[in-house]
Design a protein around this ligand. Structure first.
Ligand code: GLP
Length: 252
């Protein structure tokens, strides 16, 4: 595990984007797992800039998004499909057929989850998985629970997550109560995982995830056992880790 601490959000985003660019330069047909939330936006801005400068191409890449709200069509402004198009996909040269998200409108939940897992398998798994972390330690929408849910599944969002995500919907009532999420297995089996975290409000949960017990009550704690984990954070988010385990942190 590498933990890389940058002073600011911009520096953290540039550093993390560099890992994605390096992955694509090394293997142009990489399968990249993508995440939503506010944290990765700075990374996406960097990637778009490097594409515009002709330094990076996504033409051979495939992307697999982590999650999608149930019941939202792709053109709904709060759907994750919409988010990805707005913040990345519409601004780079990825082939539309190579950019994947769960279909939030599929009422056959079992079929949707199975198809998404089979898609990842057929691609040979994920080369680099980008992850944010929820305030409660969720990964994608894998919420704290009594067990890890290994396969892609449809989850009931916790009241905490509904509250946290209501900032995008205007009210808690407007937030969908269920979401599809890639399961823990395809996430943890990614050949490399790149987690990004910023802000003081994430300092305790990232510390607990990386240095506390591995437990489904803190889904991100599973990252302690993945073979290749890089965590890029800003100084605020990594403040507790820097205090408790300074030897574990690279300053950037
Ligand atoms: C959502 C997403 C997660 C993301 C989390 C954190 O719940 N499903 O994948 O990690 O938000 O979002 P933010 O980066 O805005 O804190």
């Amino acid at each position: 595990m590498r933990i890389i601490c940058s002073e600011t959000y911009e520096q953290m985003s540039a550093k993390a984007a560099g890992f994605i660019a390096a992955q694509i330069h090394t293997k142009p047909n990489s399968v990249i797992g993508l995440a939503t939330g506010s944290t990765p936006i700075g990374i996406y801005q960097k990637l778009i800039k490097w594409y515009e400068e002709d330094w990076l191409s996504f033409s051979k890449c495939t992307t697999i998004n982590l999650d999608e709200y149930c019941g939202l069509p792709a053109d709904h402004p709060q759907s994750y499909a919409y988010f990805m198009h707005e913040h990345l996909l519409d601004h780079i040269d990825i082939l539309p057929e190579n950019a994947h998200l769960p279909n939030g409108l599929n009422e056959d939940i079992h079929a949707e989850c199975e198809a998404y897992d089979n898609l990842v398998k057929s691609l040979g798994g994920i080369d680099l998985q980008l992850l944010g972390i929820g305030n409660n330690g969720h990964l994608g929408f894998n919420e704290p629970d009594d067990c890890f849910h290994m396969n892609t599944n449809c989850v009931n969002l916790t009241p905490e997550t509904i509250k946290a995500n209501s900032r995008f919907f205007g009210s808690e009532e407007a937030v969908p109560k269920k979401a599809f999420t890639l399961g823990i297995r395809p996430i943890a089996q990614a050949k490399r995982i790149l987690m990004v975290v910023n802000g003081l409000h994430k300092a305790e949960i990232i510390y607990k995830s990386l240095f506390g017990p591995v437990t489904p009550r803190v889904p991100a704690s599973i990252l302690q056992i993945v073979p290749d984990l890089v965590v890029c954070g800003d100084a605020e988010a990594l403040s507790v880790i820097v205090r408790e385990h300074p030897e574990a942190v690279e300053m950037f």
